[in-house]
Design a protein around this ligand. Structure first.
Ligand SMILES: Nc1ncnc2c1ncn2[C@@H]1O[C@H](COP(=O)(O)OP(=O)(O)OP(=O)(O)O)[C@@H](O)[C@H]1O
Ligand SMILES: [Mg+2]
Length: 248
């Protein structure tokens, strides 16, 4: 893994909202095929950081390379095209409540016609993505007919449908019971194998971090405070690091 080239490089990222300094030099990379977990306290800037990676927030300073392209220099069209390679699982699930599961999954296909062309019948792709999350039978349900865990799976299927090279997960297990969380974690691991994706995973969940990370980074005080394997961080004597492992 050490010799593999980075698919994402974040260098010296700064982002403030007014006087609220959120990111203050955050730096990390994600290598091809790697799963990196980013942990940090609520409000530490994890979601802001990941939104900068897909161009939903603009950094004050710093560079973000995704597949060798500087996100902040891309025009609308190129950014849109790059986004077909980046699946983003939002905090919550962010399904469109007025659309069926099928329509939710068709949405990205219709929006990004460059990658698959104008599909006459998107159903096979929709079914394939749903089968991969074990929800083929739910294709014609509405979001309000789904449980929390099912919603999360549908959201995951919606990011998979474009066959992205990168998946960014923002709190994939938060709000789920321990058993459903485990299922989602297993699913994330099987997706990684099946689709050969690289991922940044934001989580508070120490069990999730342990089960899924090749490497972990703690975002503290706006920077990548410490990084290493789960076991290394767990063994740290630094009180700021220890707090995470006691917290649970
Ligand atoms: N669009 C915005 N405008 C102003 N302030 C914002 C905006 N987005 C985020 N913030 C602020 O930036 C800080 C970091 O927010 P962020 O959502 O990244 O936290 P987080 O680490 O993801 O927390 P959580 O674990 O609760 O999801 C917070 O203080 C938040 O209020
Ligand atoms: Mg967040």
């Amino acid at each position: 893994m050490a010799n593999t080239k980075p698919i994402i490089t974040i260098d010296n990222l700064h982002k403030s909202f007014g006087t609220n300094v959120v990111l203050n030099g955050f730096t990390m990379d994600l290598k091809e095929g790697e799963n990196v977990v980013v942990m940090g306290k609520s409000g530490s800037g994890k979601s802001v950081m990941i939104k900068c990676v897909i161009g939903l927030e603009k950094p004050d300073t710093g560079t973000i390379l995704v597949m060798d392209k500087e996100i902040n220099n891309l025009n609308r069209e190129d950014l849109d095209e790059l986004r077909t390679e980046i699946g983003f699982l939002f905090q919550g699930s962010a399904l469109y409540d007025s659309m069926s599961v099928r329509e939710n999954l068709e949405f990205p296909l219709r929006r990004h016609t460059k990658k698959f062309g104008h599909l006459k019948d998107p159903t096979p792709l929709v079914m394939e993505a749903l089968e991969n999350v074990g929800l083929a039978h739910a294709i014609d349900l509405m979001p309000n007919e789904l449980s929390g865990g099912m919603k999360r799976r549908v959201a995951l299927a919606r990011t998979l449908i474009l066959k992205p090279k990168i998946i960014l997960y923002d709190e994939p297990t938060t709000g789920l019971d321990p058993i459903t969380s485990k299922e989602i974690i297993q699913l994330m691991n099987s997706i990684r194998k099946e689709y050969n994706t690289s991922s940044i995973i934001i989580t508070h969940d120490v069990d999730c971090a342990k089960a899924i990370s090749d490497r972990m980074i703690l975002l503290i005080d706006g920077i990548n405070y410490i990084e290493g394997r789960f076991e290394e961080l767990e063994a740290s004597t630094d009180p700021k690091v220890r707090a995470f492992f006691k917290e649970k």
